[in-house]
Design a protein around this ligand. Structure first.
Ligand SMILES: *Cc1c(COP(=O)(O)O)cnc(C)c1O
Length: 387
């Protein structure tokens, strides 16, 4: 059994993949070839956004989005500590400071109530109201934006996050690396914030065969900036540079592969709902040692991960061991919240600053999840969990 099985999908779309790859080899435009624009057009239509800018990874999508907002040293960007390092790393790369905000333990996503407390605390320079970076410069930080993360594929509460951001004049980025295809209140993931950023890392819901990412926005000025940033801050011609940018392009070959994968993506998303529904049926009994994820009524998750929470605070190692013995791969996303990572020691956060993130980091366990997971395999998995 595999945690994420990419071979079944490849068998299904092999002919289409071969055809698309052969076309690129034939026209030879390996950099910014026609497939890149075709992919941007298809995905902007799918997400209901006006502009899509393909780029080299989900991390670079976030970095370019912050650069488009001209984030710089002295700026504060609010985000969750219960995420992959990339979300906060890009803030630090630009010399700005991540200000962490705890999660809602039920959805694993940034809690808007906590965001409000953190905004107030920073405005008053008062870490007694809410834990703030304990750096000497923390008092003088200039609040600029929020990066909300759609963990495991479930969109964060953008209605409330956007309302708070509007009130304080902040931009909002949607880290939709795990949620491409998800929905909330009739909106698609990547269309819920100022800029939506996704990743095409192979294990993501729409994964390629290498690195890739995309930015989405309705704002034409931001879209134009993103396109310029992607190629070294290009101006009106190749050798005019109007800003500092990067080489953030998506390979044509990768775009061709993603076009073939996108053809089956809507159907795969439906299959993921079926798989998640079966897990729910199997694992939600009163005697179950785990709590299955709960999806709010107005949401459809992209189910990048199916993540359960151990009922017992220290029950996870036993569960992991039982599953391992039964030949079932599992994973922990993420064992250490970012505020406790050595790389962020300089921010001076302490254990206990974000109790929900710390609790979930101890208890979460992700089970095998992909569109082609069989009912039989799911019964085996549930059998090993229920003991
Ligand atoms: C995967 C991921 C990223 C980074 O994407 P890459 O394409 O690997 O750079 C960023 N944020 C989250 C939440 C992710 O899961």
């Amino acid at each position: 059994m595999q945690f994420i099985d990419l071979e079944i999908q490849q068998k299904r779309i092999r002919t289409a993949l071969d055809t698309r790859i052969r076309e690129v080899l034939k026209h030879g435009q390996y950099i910014m070839g026609p497939e890149v624009a075709r992919l941007e057009e298809a995905l902007s239509r799918y997400t209901g956004t006006a502009h899509a800018v393909a780029c080299s990874s989900g991390t670079d999508a976030l970095l370019m989005a912050l650069m488009a907002h001209e984030v710089s040293p002295g700026d504060a960007v609010f985000t969750t500590p219960f995420t992959f390092m990339a979300t906060a790393e890009v803030i630090s790369l630009l010399g700005a400071t991540p200000v962490f905000v705890d999660i809602d333990p039920g959805t694993f996503n940034l809690d808007p109530d906590h965001l409000e407390h953190a905004l107030d605390a920073l405005a008053h320079g008062n870490p007694k109201q809410y834990p703030l970076p304990r750096t000497s410069a923390a008092r003088a930080l200039n609040p600029r934006g929020v990066i909300a993360v759609d963990l495991y594929g479930l969109p964060a509460d953008y209605d409330r996050i956007n309302a708070l951001a509007d009130k304080h004049g902040l931009f909002v980025l949607q880290d939709a690396a795990q949620s491409f295809g998800a929905r909330r209140n009739g909106k698609m993931a990547c269309a819920m914030a100022t800029i939506g950023c996704t990743s095409f890392f192979p294990a993501k819901p729409l994964g390629g065969y290498g690195d890739g990412g995309m930015c989405f926005t309705d704002d034409p000025d931001l879209a134009q900036k993103l396109r310029s940033l992607r190629v070294h801050g290009q101006g009106s011609h190749k050798y005019e540079n109007v800003r500092i940018g990067l080489n953030g392009r998506l390979d044509t070959l990768q775009a061709a592969i993603l076009l073939a994968k996108f053809d089956v993506f809507p159907e795969e998303l439906t299959l993921r709902q079926t798989v998640a529904g079966r897990y729910e049926d199997l694992l939600s009994g009163g005697g179950s040692p785990v709590v299955p994820p709960r999806i709010p009524g107005d949401c459809v998750s992209a189910w990048a991960q199916y993540t359960v929470v151990s009922r017992e605070e220290d029950g996870r190692p036993t569960l992991q061991e039982r599953l391992k013995k039964a030949g079932i791969p599992t994973a922990v996303y993420y064992p250490t919240p970012l505020h406790l990572q050595p790389a962020y020691a300089h921010l001076g956060y302490k254990p206990g600053d974000f109790p929900s993130s710390e609790d979930r980091a101890r208890r979460v366990l992700s089970l095998p999840m992909h569109p082609y997971l069989s009912w039989e395999d799911q019964q085996t998995i549930a059998g090993a969990i229920l003991g």
